[in-house]
Design a binder for this molecule. Structure first.
Ligand SMILES: Cc1cc2nc3c(=O)[nH]c(=O)nc-3n(C[C@H](O)[C@H](O)[C@H](O)COP(=O)(O)OP(=O)(O)OC[C@H]3O[C@@H](n4cnc5c(N)ncnc54)[C@H](O)[C@@H]3O)c2cc1C
Length: 289
């Protein structure tokens, strides 16, 4: 049971708290996932280490060719950020879809990744953007590709009792690059995504130089639609190509029927349409750049 709640002022203080408590202290950011887990007994800890007072974790910055997002940045903050709107519309679109206004005001982007949910909105968009995380422990800092942070469905490789993800970062958008995000949901209410897709495209004239096309929830963490990505590399930007990519995206889409997210047959049926729409939106963004 939680007996203490601390507000470290620096990252170094946070990792020291965690280490002193040897597995019994755990990081809390917005608490939108963790508080429910503690309440349901799915998680226990004696001390909660709150990151929200650490000044260096509150900002979104452009540094050395990257957009860098601190661990306390919320979905609401990212959705309105000029830097995110300019360099990563996919992420702004994903953050706008999360939960309700209250959840977006509290929930963080980093928490959305560490929680390990395969259909987490921000995490899907960040995968398309080729995101890496900066992870700090008492021993120092290491970087980790977002795609390596999943240990299974709703399981993270991050041990939040000793590792602090301080920032995530992705490359700034270059000329002729664009991104987009779409999700299907049951109704206009608080609903988990039934299907989410995100794309980052790099164009050379009327040709796709490369495409990162991400689909979820189809496995542990956001997954690449590899056959569609391979097909689009060097292909012309045309309606026929985009339609074909939508069909190929099914090859890696291992949906499981779910009472909440819908049947696998239904989601397999609509996937090509969502892929077509997200590719069109990403191409439009790239042509604006
Ligand atoms: C009603 C409701 C609706 C929701 N709707 C959606 C939705 O539509 N889409 C969606 O994607 N999500 C949704 N969520 C989930 C949730 O809001 C997000 O996953 C949120 O982004 C988690 O961030 P947080 O700051 O609240 O994390 P917390 O709950 O504070 O933490 C989550 C986990 O990550 C760990 N952690 C947090 N920060 C760090 C860090 N910096 N380093 C290491 N470990 C860390 C914690 O220890 C904990 O295990 C919903 C949740 C609720 C309650």
């Amino acid at each position: 049971m939680v007996q203490n709640y601390v507000f470290p002022a620096t990252v170094s203080e946070a990792v020291t708290f965690l280490s002193t408590n040897r597995g019994k202290a755990r990081i809390i950011a917005g608490g939108t996932d963790l508080m429910l887990e503690l309440q349901d007994g799915k998680n226990t800890c004696d001390v909660l280490v709150d990151l929200t007072q650490i000044a260096e974790l509150k900002n979104i910055t452009e540094e050395n060719g990257y957009i860098r997002i601190g661990a306390s940045v919320t979905h609401a903050q990212a959705a309105k950020s000029d830097l995110i709107l300019k360099h990563a519309p996919a992420l702004a679109q994903a953050c706008r879809k999360v939960g309700s206004l209250q959840i977006r005001n509290m929930g963080t982007i980093v928490g959305n990744i560490v929680t390990g949910n395969p259909a987490a909105d921000a995490a899907v968009a960040l995968t398309a953007l080729e995101t890496t995380a900066e992870v700090t422990t008492l021993e120092g800092m290491q970087t980790m590709p977002l795609e390596d942070m999943y240990a299974g469905v709703c399981l993270s490789c991050i041990d939040s009792c000793c590792q602090v993800v301080t920032h995530v970062k992705f490359p700034v958008k270059k000329k002729n690059q664009g991104s987009a995000y779409l999700r299907m949901e049951q109704r206009k209410a608080l609903a988990l995504p039934m299907l989410n897709v995100s794309a980052m495209v790099s164009l050379s004239g009327d040709t796709f130089e490369w495409v990162r096309l991400i689909v979820a929830p189809v496995g542990a963490g956001p997954q690449h639609a590899q056959d569609a990505e391979e097909f689009l590399k060097g292909a012309s930007v045309s309606e026929a190509t985009i339609v074909e990519a939508g069909k190929l995206a099914r090859n890696q889409a291992m949906f499981r029927s779910s009472a909440i997210r819908g049947s696998k047959e239904y989601r397999m049926g609509v996937l090509p349409v969502f892929v077509e729409r997200v590719l069109h939106a990403a191409v439009e963004d790239a042509r604006k750049a």
